[in-house]
Ligand binder design. Structure first.
Ligand code: SF4
Length: 336
């Protein structure tokens, strides 16, 4: 269903996390008042065919005082096509009583919380509070009890982060059984504390290959539990792409395609037996990922003396031509 995003940059935020630059990421310079929001939403809704949701994004919506939340909810389009709202917020602001008050006014179709990392060291370096896993489990339980789908946002490559810390974060995030997960690597944006650290040489972002490989490694935790990965990489908003807004870091408009390429490359590699010719059978939907972003997997394999022939199949399998004769099937949960 179409989502009309209403960006309220930093609304409700009690901190500025070191990597976050909502004005650049959303292209919105100030928070719309409820009256302005109402006008914007009415206009946007008139251009949408069929049902739609409204997304309150760009800040910690549920951390606003309820009176303010209420004013925004009263500004929602009065239309039978408006099927509810989605909310971005912090885990600290998940409170049953407040959410129930919101639900008296409109349906909540999903709540996304920015967890970013479960590692205390990383969180401290990013200016975020450090909560034990049990805290997040409790918050996830509140939403589950209210039948509100929980979505989680994670970041990799933050200051103080490492492969082990990030994979531990991904594993723990999957244990919360969210309805979806969004992942992107830390990018150095203009005007952030992270940009200051980068300028002083105290922070070095991942490069594209590192970020894609690391993100690809973490996908297994979500795929095994059938948790949809709803977005990989920052949305390439035209404002974000303006010269000077991205100072450094692994931004790529096709980051998701690169990650999926790396994911399937690794899966195939683990099932290969050295150089040679391989036959790969794969569902149509993943053949492009096996070939790789801009054919990078084909080049990668060719450089290692490996050639692969791909044919459509009902499930992913690979066999070395002539030997071994038995196909090596992917394990459950390895095909998205
Ligand atoms: S990351 Fe979230 S909580 Fe932190 S400043 Fe940005 S919007 Fe606010």
């Amino acid at each position: 269903m179409k989502i009309i995003p209403l960006f309220l940059p930093y609304a409700g935020c009690v901190r500025r996390c070191s990597y976050c630059q909502q004005h650049i990421a959303t292209g919105i310079s100030k928070i719309r008042s409820p009256a302005d929001a109402g006008e914007f939403l009415a206009k946007a809704a008139s251009g949408v065919k069929g049902d739609f949701l409204v997304g309150f994004y760009g800040g910690s919506f549920l951390a606003l005082p309820f009176e303010r939340i209420s004013e925004y909810l009263d500004a929602l389009p009065v239309s039978g096509r408006m099927k509810g709202i989605r909310i971005s917020t912090t885990a600290e602001s998940i409170e049953k009583a407040k959410i129930m008050k919101v639900m008296k006014k409109t349906r909540i179709s999903a709540i996304e919380i920015g967890i970013e990392s479960f590692n205390g060291d990383v969180l401290e370096k990013c200016g975020r509070p450090n909560h034990p896993f049990a805290f997040y489990r409790k918050k996830a339980g509140i939403l589950k009890g209210m039948k509100i789908p929980l979505h989680i946002h994670l970041l990799c490559g933050l200051p103080g982060d490492s492969k082990e810390k990030y994979l531990d974060t991904a594993r723990k995030a999957a244990r919360l059984a969210p309805a979806g997960v969004r992942i992107h690597p830390a990018i150095v944006l203009k005007g952030t504390a992270l940009a200051g650290l980068y300028a002083k040489g105290e922070y070095c972002p991942l490069d594209i290959g590192e970020a894609a490989d690391l993100t690809a490694l973490s996908l297994k935790y979500f795929i095994k539990k059938d948790i949809p990965v709803t977005r990989l990489g920052l949305f390439p908003d035209e404002n974000l792409l303006k010269k000077g807004n991205i100072i450094a870091g692994p931004f790529h408009p096709a980051f998701g395609s690169i990650v999926w390429s790396r994911y399937y490359r690794k899966m195939l590699e683990e099932r290969m037996h050295g150089p040679g010719r391989y036959m790969v059978y794969a569902p149509e939907g993943i053949i492009a990922h096996i070939i790789g972003f801009k054919k990078e997997n084909m080049e990668y394999f060719n450089a290692r003396g490996i050639t692969i022939e791909i044919k459509p199949g009902s499930r992913l399998s690979i066999r070395k031509k002539y030997f071994p004769t038995r196909p090596i099937f992917a394990k459950k949960g390895e095909i998205s």
